[in-house]
Design a protein around this ligand. Sequence first.
Ligand code: SF4
Ligand SMILES: [Zn+2]
Length: 329
Amino acid sequence: MKERRPYEPEAMWKERDLSSGKTVDTMVAILRTGGCSWSKTGGCTMCGYNTASMPQIGETDLMRQLDLVAERYKGEPFVKFYTSGSFLDKNEIPMTVRERVFEEFSGCERLLFESRPEYIDRDVAGTLPSNVTVALGLESSNPEILRKSVRKGFTPEDSRKAGETVRDAGLSVRTYLLLKPLFLTEGQAIEDSVKSAKYADAYSDEISINPLNVQRKTVAERLWKRGEFRPPWIWSLVEVMKQLSGNVEARLMSSPSGGGTQRGVHNCGVCDKKVLDAVEKFSFTQNVKDLEVTCSCEDKWKNYLKAERMLGSSADIERGISNDLALRM
Ligand code: SF4
Ligand SMILES: [Zn+2]
């Protein structure tokens, strides 16, 4: 494995994303940082980003990372800066680094970064360039799910206030929702994401549905290894999009990490790519017809929802059954 150096970004790549209603070239940089302050107190149950951070990273390293980003940047209109936490957390991204990013990228069409709500107030929002989109990880609008299942450390209300503050400053908001937080059945998860999107719609320009992806060294991984958690079906993601299409004003999108793998959102294995492609297409077009794909495993998914309801369990029924069969054979 390549040695990880504090002065190199975690990753950089180019992709296509929407800005001002059209698809444009986009540059993505994941800065390697000292890590999310919340993750140092245990963090969220599904988040393994602390494994990507290096506690010793400081201003000098981050400035060198920005030099490398600048070298790679070729004038793409949309630039996204991810960290393994919050761009607006001064402990993670010192002010000088923040100011340099704003200086170098305030001229592009769109600049996106993520932040927890506690780092956003009117004063901070007032200092952000006009091309900024702040991405807020609401995950769920249900306070109990947020507290017990996600262990987010803030309330839906905190996220809403931060979103409104960003909007009041004339900037845009992308809200992330977590599809299938731990301990929820597949059916409850669909319902939760639909409700949460309607909640976030009031202050979000975009809503990104992120199916839980089992990351290493997380509570989610412990449960998954014991067969107590199955990442959501892609059909559930499609269902959420279908139920929301036409019922929210925000643009709906999803670009699942680990899609089609056992750790990520998945179906039967045969149709995964086709259905994920449909979700990607829908994310750009917002045309619900693009979600009209089929596979025989859709019935299996429907039966899974029924079986879960009957058993009242969020354990991985499918895996339980196949393990049981394997034991009997
Ligand atoms: S999900 Fe975000 S807030 Fe939660 S621990 Fe990970 S980086 Fe921090
Ligand atoms: Zn299938």
